[in-house]
Design a protein around this ligand. Structure first.
Ligand SMILES: [Cu+2]
Length: 229
């Protein structure tokens, strides 16, 4: 190989190395939680199922100890995210498996259900309009699922802090202690990206509980995007 060819080869590999590094850096900067589509219902027309779990510690990613959500896809695979899509003009049947402990609410209005079909959720199989937020007579509220743009507010009942088989790190599974909240909402006729979030200040260790997971996509807030069919 001539000297020129050798210099050329060195320059080419150097450039390839730089390109790889830049690709890695920009890939990291671009990374964001996965977007999961709600699962078309096998039994009902114009219906999808949105299946989520809330864990006291998500167990993966840059903040494994943060509280956050996982969402299940059509293949049954869980993704640690809060970004979902649902079709327009569709009934969205939501199931939330809640594995985190609960507590008292700073504002009791967050214990009320709003914006869902029938005005009720079922908590562990029983229809409810208000979820008991009292941690003395019950387990308290762990989180709330709120979509202001759709008027949806759903309190998520916690598990007892001393529960046996408490899920300490996600993704949790139903052999671990949990509550199940189910409700249905209509996605509306507009394609739109709706912000949703938790209103319980559950960012432990952050100022007033409102930092960290409360202000980060993929944990206690995200988007429901209503997309064309
Ligand atoms: Cu929360």
């Amino acid at each position: 190989m001539s000297k020129g060819a050798r210099i050329g080869a060195v320059l080419v590999s150097f450039a390839a190395g730089i390109a790889l590094i830049l690709y890695g850096i920009f890939g990291y900067l671009r990374s964001s939680p996965a977007v999961v589509s709600a699962i078309p219902s096998a039994s009902q027309p114009n219906s999808v199922n949105l299946v989520m779990q809330v864990d006291g510690a998500v167990g993966v990613g840059p903040h494994p100890n943060w509280v956050g959500y996982w969402v299940q896809d059509a293949k049954g695979v869980w993704h640690q995210t809060t970004l979902v899509t649902v079709p327009v003009d569709t009934n969205v049947h939501v199931t939330v498996y809640e594995y985190d402990s609960g507590g008292a609410l700073r504002n009791p209005i967050w214990s009320q259900v709003a914006g869902v079909q029938g005005g009720t959720v079922t908590l562990n199989g029983t229809a409810d309009r208000i979820i008991n937020p009292n941690p003395t007579t019950g387990n308290g509220i762990a989180h709330t699922f709120v979509v202001p743009g759709l008027g949806i507010q759903v309190p998520l009942y916690g598990v007892g802090a001393s529960a046996k088989n408490f899920c300490s790190t996600g993704p949790c599974n139903t052999s671990e202690t949990h509550t199940v909240t189910k409700f249905t909402f209509f996605s509306g006729s507009q394609t739109h990206k709706y912000r949703w979030q938790c209103f319980v200040p559950c960012g432990l260790g952050y100022l007033n509980g409102n930092g960290g997971p409360m202000t980060s996509l993929g944990y206690m807030g995200g988007f429901i995007e209503v997309v064309g069919k």
